[in-house]
Design a protein around this ligand. Structure first.
Ligand SMILES: NC(=O)c1ccc[n+]([C@@H]2O[C@H](COP(=O)([O-])OP(=O)(O)OC[C@H]3O[C@@H](n4cnc5c(N)ncnc54)[C@H](O)[C@@H]3O)[C@@H](O)[C@H]2O)c1
Ligand SMILES: O=P(O)(O)OC[C@H](O)CO
Length: 336
């Protein structure tokens, strides 16, 4: 299969490298000098410095040439952050089979990826690949399971054909809404567990600990499910890889950028400095307000996400956010 991966950050590079072991893959990035350096050194020095890229992976700095090489039978994989999805979709040929990897809500419009695609390319086949997957592990060929969601069953199967391998299991789903809500909300919740674990490390009396983290994951899953169902998702999708699976990974895994944002905020570092030093996108920072805005429009209660927004905006300190969550009224435990 011919595959074009558009975006040479950590995740685009990792998936392109894996797919290139079995398919003809071209990696495109907006920085031609970076691509040339990658082609020469077989490394992505900026985003995945420790990974040797396969000799079979091709590089193309010209987007038009990259897309022509794929043709209508191949796959175009958009691997940029959510903020650039719209601009990338606008450049896609009408018949191209397109999927994206980004996890978030578009900040300005509050739309999920499939809603942006529907607005720009109505009726064109599109899909999203999501699930618990740190780029570094995928690039090293460590076992990983993903979910390929599309309303177009043929595209779902093409996504499996493109990425399923001995180290990558790719499941299909016909619920892009649920898969995208899971991927977006887990990033916000990972900031919450990072905040919690950062406070735990302080050792202060009454600071949250492991019990609190488990509560955040569980009640966070309830929040995510409520929002997803209100947006038309199937509730069981949130028990799957893109819901519970990615939440557990990102909320507890030390490789998560979103979790790291929370940890550093709890240490008292200012957000702008954290983001400047991170060197990678942390989508939860940009999606948190949008998650809360869409939830409010639908009358969905998302107290953990609201607490994250309050901390990101400097309205609450991390300990105040914990206190606010603990002060909520007692209620019956319900997932949806
Ligand atoms: N890194 C992971 O482990 C991982 C795993 C699954 C999903 N994701 C998701 O994939 C998306 C990308 O993440 P990442 O880790 O690769 O980010 P990253 O910060 O490592 O790299 C982002 C890349 O996108 C490029 N980019 C940004 N805007 C662009 C534009 N307009 N045109 C072309 N390129 C552009 C940047 O130059 C950079 O190469 C995010 O939504 C993230 O949540 C990441
Ligand atoms: O590093 P994060 O927090 O952006 O998470 C990366 C992936 O989304 C994990 O599945």
């Amino acid at each position: 299969m011919n595959i074009a991966v558009l975006g040479a950050g950590a995740w685009g590079t990792a998936l392109a490298a894996q797919a290139a072991l079995r398919h003809r893959v071209l990696l495109w990035g907006r920085d031609a000098a970076q691509l040339a350096q990658m082609a020469a050194s077989r490394r992505n020095q900026r985003y995945l410095p420790d990974i040797e890229l396969p000799a079979s992976l091709g590089f193309e700095a010209d987007l038009g040439r990259c897309l022509s090489a794929v043709g209508e039978e191949g796959l175009v994989v958009i691997a940029t952050p959510m903020a650039s999805l719209r601009a990338m979709l606008q450049q896609m040929p009408p018949q191209a089979r397109v999927l994206w990897l980004c996890k978030g809500f578009e900040a300005e419009t509050g739309l999920l990826g499939h809603e942006v695609a529907q607005a720009l390319r109505p009726g064109a086949p599109s899909g999203v690949l999501s699930g618990p997957s740190f780029a570094e592990e995928v690039a090293r060929g460590q076992p990983t399971a993903l979910v390929a969601a599309s309303l177009d069953a043929a595209l779902g199967e093409a996504m499996v054909q493109a990425f399923h391998s001995d180290s990558l299991r790719v499941y299909t789903s016909a619920d892009p809404v649920g898969v995208e809500v899971g991927g977006a909300v887990k990033n916000v919740l990972a900031i919450a567990t990072g905040l919690c674990d950062g406070l735990a490390q302080s050792g202060a009396a009454g600071a949250p600990g492991l019990n609190a983290r488990a509560a955040l994951v569980t009640r966070g899953l309830a929040e995510m499910t409520r929002l997803g169902v209100a947006l038309g998702a199937r509730p069981d999708t949130f028990m799957g890889l893109s819901g519970l699976g990615d939440l557990v990974l990102t909320a507890t895994g030390h490789l998560s950028r979103n979790r790291k944002v929370g940890l550093l905020l709890a240490e008292g570092l200012p957000l702008d400095r954290i983001l400047a030093e991170l060197g990678h996108v942390a989508e939860g920072v940009y999606s948190a307000r949008t998650v809360c805005r869409r939830a409010a429009e639908l009358g969905v209660d998302m107290p953990i996400s609201q607490a994250v927004v309050a901390v990101l905006e400097g309205q609450l300190t991390p300990p105040q956010a914990v206190a606010r969550l603990m002060a909520r009224e007692a209620k019956a435990e319900q997932l949806v």
